[in-house]
Design a binder for this molecule. Structure first.
Ligand code: ZN
Length: 137
């Protein structure tokens, strides 16, 4: 992700801020400018509590292979790591990494809460990108 795009996404990634429709009260994460339910264009920011439940998950044990080294958007990372689809208490679903636990403890239906962590680093002197991950609670 290019640096300016990261800056634009900071409120979303650092605070779990989505949108709420003032007309029908529908909540969205990530941010939407138009309500999918009623077409309202006056969406307002909404800060989610950061609690939810695991809907499904996967554990990646094999690193992403890029033998040509052409894809600089996907930096190498340590494996294994766990990624889950999480349904927030307020309703919207999102995908996030699950951290700070034994992978054997991750189960569908378990409660999770948001934590803010380093997501990736762009090169040796590059920008360090922070964002949301979740842990069991
Ligand atoms: Zn609406």
């Amino acid at each position: 992700m290019a640096v300016p795009k990261i800056w634009r996404k900071i409120p979303e990634y650092y605070n779990l801020i989505g949108r709420q429709c003032p007309e029908c009260k529908e909540l969205y994460f990530p941010v939407r400018d138009v309500c999918k339910k009623c077409g309202c264009l006056e969406m307002t920011d909404y800060k989610f509590e950061g609690k939810g439940q695991i809907v499904t998950f996967t554990i990646t044990r094999t690193p992403i292979s890029d033998p040509e080294g052409e894809n600089t958007e996907i930096p190498a990372r340590d494996v294994p790591y766990a990624v889950a689809v999480i349904k927030l208490e307020e309703g919207p679903m999102l995908t996030a990494e699950i951290v700070d636990c034994n992978f054997e403890d991750i189960e569908i239906g378990k409660n999770v809460e948001v934590v803010f962590r380093k997501i990736m680093e762009h090169g040796a002197k590059g920008v360090i990108q922070y964002g949301y991950k979740f842990r069991l609670c």
